[in-house]
Ligand binder design. Structure first.
Ligand code: FAD
Length: 274
């Protein structure tokens, strides 16, 4: 089995904290390389992300990796967070631009993720292993596919060690993206981001916003399954496990699961892969 990692969002209430603890305990059994914790652009989860990373270290004994976004934050806020993460023993970070919550006017000192990668390298040398985001189906705000690829290269040139992709359900998009970046001389690992399917209508809404395509045949199958909860669960797990198997066979270096803090949908996929 390839190295795997799990992504969580930082809990804000006691109930959410308990849920994350339960999920982390279950998923830890799959020996992940790390568990990463998202960060709300604009500082909405300023303290929640470090707290969660620390909790993953101290309560669960796993490597917690913070996400850090730059849009909406000042250089000083970013510097302070980097110092805090170093003090917490972190040596890996997922560096992103982020998306400002709608209505938030504050744009921050840094505009794009490559500037954040540069800041981390300038101030901390090689201390952090830096992962950046990649978009096999093209970032929704990109001017065009070629420019998006060139912008990706600027993040790598600034010092990223690896990339994790936006989720997708079409493996051709991933393999084509990997071919394209290799043709540009980029040799960092490109780890596919895997989104297990639990709540399909939520996934559809989210996919529209982030530019991930849900193939028509999947939507149609889901529609036909309707309220058949067990049928949906089985279909979703088989579908995503097949996607993972194709990625593994095609040479993906690792798999990163967007868990949405739930254990079961990810476990169902991992059970099928073993
Ligand atoms: P960038 O690499 O800066 O790219 C953003 C857009 O700007 C692209 O269209 C790119 O082509 C363009 N661009 C880049 N550089 C330039 C330039 N110099 N000139 C002109 N255009 C440019 N969001 C969160 O808020 N919190 C998280 O924790 C989080 N975690 C994520 C984890 C992963 C693995 C992924 C794939 C995404 C995550 N996101 C998160 C979402 C991410 O923040 C958004 O997709 C955001 O819109 C782009 O972030 P980025 O780092 O890819 O930005």
């Amino acid at each position: 089995m390839l190295p795997i990692s799990f992504e969580f969002y930082p809990p804000k209430t006691d109930e959410q904290r308990e849920q994350l603890d339960r999920t982390a305990r279950k998923l830890k059994a799959h020996a992940p390389q790390f568990m990463s914790v998202t960060f709300g652009a604009g500082g909405s989860t300023l303290s929640h992300t470090p707290e969660t990373v620390q909790r993953l270290h101290s309560e669960h004994g796993v490597t917690g990796v913070p996400h850090l976004t730059c849009v909406g934050g000042s250089r000083q806020e970013i510097r302070d967070l980097l110092k805090l993460y170093r003090a917490l023993g972190c040596d890996r970070i997922v560096a992103l631009r982020g998306d400002l919550p709608s209505g938030m006017a504050r744009s921050g000192d840094l505009r794009y993720a490559n500037e954040l990668v540069q800041l981390i390298r300038d101030e901390h040398g090689d201390h952090f292993q830096i992962e950046v985001a990649a978009y096999p189906e093209i970032h929704p705000q990109a001017e065009d596919a070629h420019k998006d690829l060139r912008n990706f290269k600027t993040k790598v040139d600034a010092g990223a060690n690896g990339a994790i992709t936006q989720y997708f359900y079409n493996t051709d998009a991933y393999f084509r993206f990997v071919d394209d970046v290799r043709a540009l001389g980029i040799d960092i690992p490109i780890v596919p981001g895997i989104m297990p399917i639990s709540n399909f209508s939520q996934l559809r809404r989210f996919s529209e916003a982030c530019g991930a395509e849900i193939p028509r045949w999947i939507s149609q199958r889901m529609r036909a399954l309707g309220d058949d909860v067990e049928g949906v669960r089985e279909f979703a797990a088989d579908l995503v496990a097949t996607l993972c198997q194709r990625l593994i066979t095609g040479g993906a270096p690792a798999l990163h699961f967007y868990t949405l803090n739930l254990a079961k949908p990810t476990q169902a996929i991992l059970q099928r892969l073993r």
